[in-house]
Ligand binder design. Structure first.
Ligand code: HEC
Ligand SMILES: [Cu+2]
Length: 311
């Protein structure tokens, strides 16, 4: 239980004003629930062990009515209304009231995250980079089934529904790496749908966004690797200036991401080569077909080119 109190994904270790309100709400609710449990247990023991008493009929009826109306109607109505009022107030910070200085779009896919920064026409995947101290409105949607967007240390969760756009406001109040996770079961690899969230000081965030907006043109992969990329990978993957696929993650800044497959494996030289060869074993059922027929030399050459994809 104590392990749940901290770590990159703990709602009890908030890193924003809204998340702090939600954590407080959690403590209030669990304390109230704990007290109720205690009270009920004491009453139960009392009822078990007290000496039986006989009441005359009318008095017994009155006691019953009092318990029914007081304990069965008034108590729950009042306590649930109080919690509702408190809860709605606590979540107000997440409401996108007015214009936020930054707006992003995140689309859920089985089983990865597409992240768009409309200002610079910048697209990335499975990572969300934010400026510290700036309210960010995030418009979430889905390309297939219902997913849910949740970065517990920054705020509450919100469903990502196909055909609809929901908006949530986040504002990190400190630098750091947080972890998001799809919070609505969306298929067998639902657990492998992790979002790397990083809050940078605003100057560094601007540099990050600028670098992606004005990146140098990327040359296609050379030789056989290039042919493989153009004839297959390009159908699903976009690499700015090289290909325009939309079914898989945008790979333009692939080398700058910490993981592959939305948190399945570290994105280093060995990890990338393993992903290309055994991604169906690492993440069974994911939307990328096997490339078992491709020889190792070509895959290695392709991996070497992919490793250079960074702004
Ligand atoms: C039919 C579409 C499709 C084809 C063809 C395809 N991919 Fe993918 N690829 C995907 C999907 C979908 C994912 C996301 C899988 C997941 O994480 O659930 C993915 C993930 C990836 C990733 C990990 C990206 C990340 O940020 O985690 C890499 C790298 C990659 N593909 C490279 C390639 C290469 C190289 C080729 C060609 C040899 C290729 N893909 C062919 C659909 C495709
Ligand atoms: Cu999910």
């Amino acid at each position: 239980m104590l392990a749940g109190c901290q770590g990159p994904q703990s709602a009890l270790d908030p890193a924003s004003a809204t998340a702090r309100e939600l954590a407080r709400l959690w403590w209030v609710m669990s304390s109230v629930a704990g007290l109720v449990l205690l009270l009920v247990s004491v009453l139960w023991l009392y009822a078990l062990f007290r000496a039986p008493r006989q009441y005359p009929q009318p008095q017994a009826r009155r006691i019953q009515r009092r318990l029914l109306i007081g304990g069965g109607l008034l108590l729950p109505t009042l306590s649930v209304s109080a919690l509702l009022f408190y809860g709605v107030n606590a979540a107000r910070g997440m409401l996108p009231l007015g214009e936020a200085p930054l707006r992003l779009e995140i689309t859920g896919h089985q089983w990865w995250w597409e992240v768009r920064y409309p200002q610079g026409d910048v697209v990335t995947a499975n990572q969300l980079i934010l400026p510290v101290g700036v309210p960010v409105d995030i418009e979430v949607s889905s390309a297939d089934v219902i997913h849910a967007f949740w970065v517990p240390r920054l705020g509450g969760k919100l469903d990502m529904t196909p055909g609809r756009r929901h908006r949530v406001r986040l504002q990190a109040d400190r630098e750091g790496v947080f972890r998001g996770q799809c919070a609505e079961f969306c298929g067998t690899q639902h657990a492998h749908m992790i979002l790397h969230v990083e809050a940078l000081p605003p100057e560094r965030f601007d540099v990050w966004l600028q670098a992606r907006t004005q990146r140098a043109a990327i040359a296609p992969a050379p030789g056989a690797a290039g042919e493989l990329f153009a004839s297959r990978c390009a159908l699903c993957h976009r690499v700015a200036g090289v290909s325009d696929g939309r079914r898989g993650p945008d790979l333009t800044d692939l080398a700058s991401r910490p993981t592959l497959g939305a948190g399945v494996i570290a994105n280093d030289a060995a990890g990338l080569r393993r992903w290309l060869r055994e991604h169906q074993r690492l993440k069974p059922g994911n939307g990328m077909p096997n490339h078992d027929d491709v020889d190792d030399t070509t895959l290695d050459a392709l991996a070497a080119w992919l490793e250079g994809l960074a702004p």
